[in-house]
Design a protein. Structure first.
Length: 325
């Protein structure tokens, strides 16, 4: 009977996970046309597909970086059962990131259009353009990151994940815009902190489920929450800075409702606000509840909300950048 209950519970979790993944996929697929409706802005070719691929790419970075981050935090918990850890998702994440990066590179190789035939792609031309080199860097970084994840020193992934983050930051700010290095710097810090926040919480919850040790689990969750507060502050500051670079202060309120980028940014802000409320609830339970692990429930909902934030962030990359008035 016990085994049957465990099997049934595992089946329900698997179904729930598939449903959540399916719903998450709808955000990048349907997000761009909904955001663009009535704005008069031209849609980017295959914007839904590109947003979906970037969602997978961002999620891959979050999962791998989060594992390394949470494992480092776990080593600081006295008496933590470090030998009892869940199976690493980093190799699978690297594989998914590689496929997404390869598909995105094929789009760049066809002049930022979705290729219909292999002959449409100019592979050699990737080495001649800035976007092409960055796309190739991401493809190769995920390949090596996957090999590192399978090696005896998985922590070496950090350098490859950093390379992907740098490539994304540079890609988001072409040299034709004003002060591109400042924009890339803000984006790099924003993406890095967001990956540690989202991916770190995911792996912390996996560790708590595996350990089943209330004291060690509560200590790990408390340690993570303190670091997450700093990450949230940095994410907020860099997000505001990036927004003001693309939307001058006098036009922000108007563009939040009249441009596709602004509408999507508004949706992201609302989701982040919801995540912040969930984080505060988890921290409050952690301090006041008799059993600190009751904070597990709002933290689990926080992970789902963070997944939605990642998907909405990917939609932003597939939308036309607002015009500076």
């Amino acid at each position: 009977m016990g085994a049957a209950r465990v099997s049934a519970a595992g089946g329900r979790r698997a179904v729930a996970a598939l449903v959540l993944v399916g719903l998450a996929a709808l955000i990048p697929l349907l997000g761009p046309p909904i955001a663009l409706r009535g704005t008069g802005e031209a849609a980017v070719p295959a914007d839904g597909g590109i947003a979906l691929l970037r969602t997978v790419l961002f999620a891959a970075v979050c999962v791998s970086a989060g594992e390394l981050f949470a494992a480092r935090l776990a080593r600081r918990v006295p008496g933590a059962p470090l030998d009892d850890t869940p199976r690493s998702w980093a190799p699978v994440a690297a594989g998914a990131g590689f496929v997404a990066a390869l598909c995105l590179a094929s789009v760049v190789a066809n002049g930022n259009l979705v290729p219909r035939r292999l002959s449409d792609m100019d592979i050699g031309g990737l080495y001649e353009t800035r976007d092409g080199v960055l796309a190739l860097l991401e493809v190769n970084a995920f390949v090596v990151a996957g090999l590192c994840a399978l090696s005896r020193r998985p922590a070496t992934q950090v350098w490859l994940l950093a390379a992907v983050a740098v490539a994304e930051a540079l890609r988001a700010h072409p040299t034709t815009e004003y002060s591109p290095l400042l924009g890339s710097g803000l984006t790099l810090v924003h993406v890095t902190c967001a990956a540690l926040w989202a991916g770190g919480l995911l792996h912390v919850l996996r560790l708590l489920r595996r350990w089943r040790d209330p004291e060690a689990g509560a200590a790990l969750l408390g340690l993570y929450s303190r670091v997450a507060a700093v990450l949230f502050a940095v994410i907020t500051m860099t997000g505001v800075g990036s927004t003001l670079r693309r939307m001058p202060a006098g036009t922000v309120l108007e563009q939040l409702t009249t441009t596709a980028y602004g509408r999507t940014l508004l949706a992201k802000l609302l989701l982040v606000a919801a995540v912040a409320v969930l984080a505060l609830c988890a921290r409050r339970r952690l301090r006041r509840a008799t059993d600190p692990l009751t904070a597990y429930s709002p933290a689990r909902t926080e992970v789902v909300a963070l997944g939605a934030v990642v998907a909405v962030s990917a939609v932003l990359t597939a939308l036309p950048v607002p015009i500076r008035w």
